[in-house]
Design a protein around this ligand. Structure first.
Ligand SMILES: [Fe+2]
Length: 276
């Protein structure tokens, strides 16, 4: 079973279409989305529609939550983007297709905060972190913060978790302590996806390692590489493998759409050109 893991589309239709095309070419069995389908970008309705059409399910991200309910702890640019996005889902215009509006709203309401893939507890999926599925950022530099990572890994029911949220693709590894749990005595590492030569093997050895995998962001990468990011999970061998993919897309087109919408800050478009 090969599963495409996508996350943080952020209403970037140009990036999402390129990713979907690549997924089709690679013959994966299914697509799952780790959340933040909307927020920041100019095409929330089209992106929700494509997720509904192509993904087995989508988790709830903090930006989906913000548009559905209200933004919490958002900076002014992100908050205003959320209010604008929310209005795109409201049946206010004369010529709006009311059934599409209702369908999109229902889809947002049904998003879950976490999932266990195929009922296998080794595969936990959340938007942000196992400890705080909606809000906790797990940054690469957190490998120096054992207390934070130990607490974040703690609620994992099995060996692997898959998260988005930071928009930085890569893999955290934790080596269990002497009592065979993840604690402040564990050793933590982070491998950047862009520094990998090939697929990353989730080496289960004798059960001493736990992994948290981030496929990166489809629609707003933040690791200094502006290409759209996603990953393919291949569980066909004894050790599961993660293939990270990076894809060029016409970011200047998305940037121009954002520039034309006065309530979306220009910075939301220009950052797409540099991946910052
Ligand atoms: Fe996000």
């Amino acid at each position: 079973m090969r599963t495409a893991l996508i996350s943080d589309i952020h209403a970037n239709l140009e990036a999402f279409e390129v990713v979907l095309s690549d997924i089709r070419d690679r013959g994966v069995d299914r697509i799952v989305c780790l959340g933040d389908v909307i927020g920041y970008g100019p095409d929330p309705c089209a992106c929700i529609d494509l997720v509904q059409e192509h993904c087995e399910f989508s988790l709830l991200g903090n930006h989906d939550f913000a548009c559905l309910l209200e933004p919490t702890n958002f900076n002014p640019i992100a908050a205003e983007g959320s209010y604008w996005t929310r209005e795109q889902f409201e049946p206010t215009g004369e010529d709006l297709d009311k059934s599409s509006t209702a369908r999109r709203q229902a889809f947002l309401h049904l998003m879950r905060t976490h999932a266990i893939l195929d009922g296998d507890p080794d595969y936990l999926l959340v938007h942000a972190s196992p400890r705080k599925p909606l809000s906790e950022y797990l940054f690469p530099e957190d490998v120096d913060n054992a207390a934070k990572l130990a607490a974040a890994f703690g609620p994992m029911p099995g060996r692997f978790a898959f998260v988005g949220h930071t928009h930085v693709p890569g893999v955290f590894a934790a080596e269990l302590d002497q009592s065979r749990t993840v604690s402040v005595d564990s050793l933590f590492e982070f491998e950047y996806a862009n520094e990998l030569e090939g697929p990353f093997e989730l080496d289960t050895l004798d059960g001493r390692l736990r992994f948290i995998v981030n496929p990166g962001s489809v629609g707003q990468p933040r690791d200094g590489d502006p290409r759209a990011s996603y990953a393919i999970l291949d569980r066909s061998s004894e050790n599961p493998r993660i293939l990270f993919r990076r894809l060029e897309y016409p970011a200047e087109r998305t940037c121009e759409k954002i520039r034309r919408e006065p309530r979306l800050a220009d910075r939301l478009g220009t950052r797409l050109l540099t991946g910052e």
